[in-house]
Design a protein around this ligand. Structure first.
Ligand SMILES: [Mg+2]
Length: 243
């Protein structure tokens, strides 16, 4: 892990969305948070420092979804300045394309948003300790930005262990966890025993994680829903500064 030169602190409040793993529903959560903040009248800056697994011409990328949710501020390139096509970690995907992830740009890409926004929503790539560049992990960038984490998990069986382990590791790395979100990635199917359905498992996970995490807020985004249950005060959570 690289110790990046820490900014004095982000100029404006924000949230850094990260996951317990890749494909846990981060973008769905980020889009829902952005829409709620935009509906509250805020100018929301949306930033995805790097993306991989995005073939040329893809119109449903994370960056596109974030940009649309925020009302198309600045430009799509400002949302995600570094895009690589192969579905590998960003540094390996960049190397496969004959280049390297620009680690300075990972950080400097946020500057335009700080000028143009009231609040930032940053979505990392992969999980909290997944690499963004040759020497930079998501956790390094979150620390450098001084933003509190919103930790997302897929709400599937195993969510308690994945979530608590990542929260412990985040705190041990000096990061603040503003909230944990279970993003129910699987739809409920008919005819299942309620407790064994994806919704039943998600709701049970929510209750158990909330019990273990104490004051840290925990919520669920049910499959296909636009609203969190319970609702959380996202604007206020963005004021929890990372140490
Ligand atoms: Mg995503």
């Amino acid at each position: 892990m690289q110790e990046l030169k820490k900014r004095e602190s982000a100029l404006i409040p924000g949230l850094f969305l990260t996951g317990t793993d890749t494909d846990v529903g981060k973008t769905t959560v980020a889009v829902a948070v952005v829409r709620l903040l935009v509906a509250a009248g805020l100018r929301v800056g949306v930033y995805k420092p790097v993306a991989s697994g995005v073939p040329a011409g893809t119109s449903t990328s994370d960056a596109q979804r974030l940009w649309e949710a925020a009302g198309r501020p600045l430009s799509l390139e400002a949302v995600c300045p570094q895009v690589f096509s192969l579905p590998l970690s960003p540094p390996r995907s960049a190397r496969a394309a004959g280049g390297r992830v620009d680690e300075r740009l990972l950080r400097d890409g946020l500057t335009a948003w700080q000028r143009a926004s009231d609040l930032l929503v940053v979505e990392g790539a992969g999980g909290l300790f997944s690499p963004l560049g040759e020497r930079v992990l998501n956790a390094d960038l979150a620390r450098d930005f001084g933003l509190p984490l919103v930790l997302v998990d897929s709400a599937r069986l195993g969510a308690i262990g994945r979530t608590l382990a990542t929260v412990c590791a985040a705190r041990a790395s000096g990061l603040s966890v503003a909230a944990v979100v279970l993003s129910q990635v699987l739809p409920d199917s008919d005819g299942e025993v309620a407790e064994l359905s994806s919704g039943g498992i998600a709701r049970a996970n929510l209750a158990d994680i909330a019990q273990h995490l104490g004051p840290t807020p925990v919520t669920l985004l049910p499959h296909g829903a636009a609203a969190f249950s319970p609702p959380l005060p996202w604007r206020q959570l963005a004021d929890v500064r990372s140490s």
